[in-house]
Ligand binder design. Structure first.
Ligand code: NDP
Ligand code: ZN
Length: 354
C-alpha cells in the first residue's frame, strides 16, 4: 500500500507499507480529503522521537471500505469524519479518568503516527470504529468537517481548559490554525475583549472574522507588557497556541489574579518552563496553569459538527491552500514545512484514489 511519510528523520518519501488489517471492532478507510498539520512536519523532523518508514498524516475525511464483524454503526460506502485522536475505549485508564487523550499513557490516544501508519495512505486503519468515527452530517461540507478532527478539537480544548466565561478578557497567543480555532471558540463561549497575538496577514484577517477585538505582535515588544497596559492589569484567561518557553512566562505574567492559563502548544522537549515567583503572586495569586492534548472519539466530533450545522462557526475559513490529487502530497507537506507568510492550513483532495 502506497503512502507518503518519512523514510527516517528529515527524509520525506513515498513508502510501500503493508496494507492495514481490519480487526472485528475496526474499519478501513479510503481518504477523500486530508489536511497537513504542523505536527506532521514536527514529527518528520524528529519532534516525537525516532521513526522509520512511517506514513504521516492524522487529519482526514474518508469513505469506509471495510468494517469488522462487530461494527454496527457503519458500513462500506459511508462518508466519515475521523478524529485525529482515536482512543482505545477499553483501556483501564480511560475508564477511571474519562481522559480521551491519554488512554494508555501520555498522548497515547494519538494512534495515527503515534503507534501505526497515518492517513496519508491509499487506505488507513481506525480502531474501535463505532466509538471513534462520525458520519459526515448533512449541512456540513467535507472541508468544514476536516477542520474539526484536530484544529477545532484542539483549539476548543484550549477554551475548555481556560473555562472562558461571559465577558472575560481573553488573550489567544498564536493565531495559526489552532489558535484561530481557539479564538472562534472563545467568542462562542461569550468572551468580551479578545486580544490575538500573531503577525501573518491572512491569519490576522481570519482572527478578526472570528471575533478578535485587538491584534498585537510579539515582534513589537514584550506581549505581557502590551497586554497589561491595554487591559490595565492583565487578562482573565490566556490560551497559549504558539511560541516558546519565554511565551509561557509571558502568559503567566499577563494573567490576572484568579485567572487561568491554558496551554495547547507543543513545547520542545529541550525547553524549560518556569517563571519568577512574583509572576505567580509568590504562589498566592490563584492563577491556574493548565495544559492538554486534543481529545478524541466520535461523540466529541459529533458535538463540534453540531456547532457547524447550527451556523455558529465556519472552520473552513482557516483553509488557505487546496491541492488536487493524492500525488500532490509532497508539495503540500513541503509548503507546511516552509511556513510561507500566506499559509494558514493546506488540504489535499484525494478524489483520484479508488
Ligand atoms: P502555527 O505555527 O501555524 O502558528 C503559531 C502561531 O504562534 C503563529 O500565529 C505565530 O505568529 C505565533 N508565534 C510564533 N512565535 C511566537 C512568539 N514567540 N510569541 C507569540 N506568538 C508566537 O502553528 P499551529 O496553529 O499549527 O499550531 C500551534 C501549536 O499547537 C503548535 O505548537 C502545535 O504543535 C500545537 N498543536 C497542539 C495540539 C494539541 O493537541 N495540544 C494539536 C495540534 C497542534 P506568526 O503569525 O508570526 O507566524
Ligand atoms: Zn494535526
Amino acid at each position: 500500500m502506497r503512502g507518503y511519510g518519512m523514510r527516517s528523520i528529515g527524509s520525506p518519501a513515498w513508502l510501500e507499507n503493508p496494507a492495514p488489517v481490519c480487526g472485528p471492532l475496526d474499519a478501513i478507510i479510503r481518504p477523500t480529503v486530508i489536511a497537513i498539520c504542523s505536527s506532521d512536519t514536527h514529527i518528520l523532523h524528529g519532534g516525537f522521537g525516532d521513526h522509520k518508514d512511517l506514513i504521516l498524516g492524522h487529519e482526514a475525511i474518508g469513505v469506509v471500505t471495510e468494517v469488522g464483524s462487530l461494527v454496527t454503526r457503519f458500513r462500506p460506502g459511508d462518508s466519515v469524519v475521523v478524529p485525529c485522536s482515536t482512543p482505545n475505549w477499553l483501556a483501564p485508564a480511560i475508564q477511571s479518568t474519562f481522559s480521551n487523550a491519554h488512554d494508555e499513557g501520555l498522548m497515547a490516544s494519538f494512534k495515527f503516527i503515534g503507534s501505526k501508519d497515518g492517513v496519508f495512505a491509499e487506505r488507513f486503519h481506525v480502531n474501535q470504529a463505532d466509538a471513534n468515527l462520525a458520519l459526515l452530517p448533512a449541512g456540513v461540507t467535507p472541508e468544514q468537517a476536516l477542520m474539526t478532527v484536530d484544529m477545532m478539537s484542539t483549539g476548543y480544548h484550549g477554551v475548555e481548559l481556560a473555562e472562558i466565561g461571559f465577558g472575560d478578557t481573553v488573550v489567544v497567543i498564536g493565531i495559526g490554525p489552532v489558535g484561530l480555532m481557539a479564538l472562534s471558540g472563545a467568542a462562542i463561549r461569550g468572551a468580551g475583549r479578545i486580544i490575538a497575538v500573531g503577525t501573518r496577514k491572512p491569519c490576522i484577517e481570519v482572527a478578526k472574522k472570528y471575533g478578535a477585538t485587538d491584534i498585537i505582535s510579539y515582534k513589537e515588544g514584550d506581549i505581557a507588557d502590551q497586554v497589561i497596559a491595554m487591559t490595565k492589569g492583565g487578562a482573565d484567561k490566556v490560551i497559549i497556541a504558539g511560541g516558546n518557553q519565554e511565551t509561557f512566562t509571558q502568559a503567566v505574567k499577563m494573567t490576572r489574579e484568579m485567572g487561568t492559563i491554558a496551554n495547547i502548544n507543543f513545547f520542545d522537549h529541550s525547553e524549560t518552563l518556569g517563571f519568577p515567583a512574583m509572576l505567580w503572586g509568590v504562589g498566592m495569586a490563584n492563577k491556574d496553569i493548565r495544559g492538554g492534548f486534543c481529545p478524541g472519539g466520535a461523540r466529541r466530533i459529533e458535538k463540534l459538527l453540531a456547532l457547524i450545522q447550527a451556523g455558529r462557526v465556519d472552520p473552513s475559513l482557516i483553509i488557505s491552500h487546496k491541492f488536487r490529487g493524492f500525488n500532490t502530497l509532497p508539495e503540500a507537506v513541503e509548503l507546511m514545512d516552509s511556513k510561507t507568510p500566506d499559509l494558514i492550513k493546506p488540504i489535499v483532495y484525494c478524489d483520484d484514489l479508488d
